[in-house]
Design a protein around this ligand. Structure first.
Ligand code: FES
Length: 100
């Protein structure tokens, strides 16, 4: 199986030790499934990965698109996910959610 062209990191607030902390996992219920379904529907060659805290809690929920290294903040709705996926298809980051 070929390796994916891109990877979307979705902060799920995991900690190396102890319980989840931070806001990302509290505001992204159902997002992983929605993201996976949208990626399939759009035919994107992209892997979704749930991560530990990405150390941007004050701006969460956080998603990162690699290899572009686009960091997005406030990804708390399907509309935000759609905007980010649209931006991946367009080749330019969704500026309204981008961490500068
Ligand atoms: S919990 Fe998501 S950045 Fe810290």
């Amino acid at each position: 199986m070929a390796t994916p062209k891109r990877q979307i990191l979705v902060c799920q607030s995991f900690r190396a030790a102890g319980d989840k902390k931070g806001i990302c996992h509290k505001q992204t219920d159902g997002f992983l499934q929605y993201l996976e379904e949208e990626i399939i529907d759009r035919g994107l060659n992209c892997l979704v990965t749930a991560t530990t805290c990405l150390k941007q809690c004050e701006s969460g929920p956080i998603m990162v698109v690699q290899p572009e290294n686009w960091w997005f903040k406030g990804v708390d709705s399907h509309e935000a996910i759609d905007a980010i996926l649209d931006s991946m298809e367009d080749g330019t980051p969704a500026l309204q959610y981008r961490i500068a």
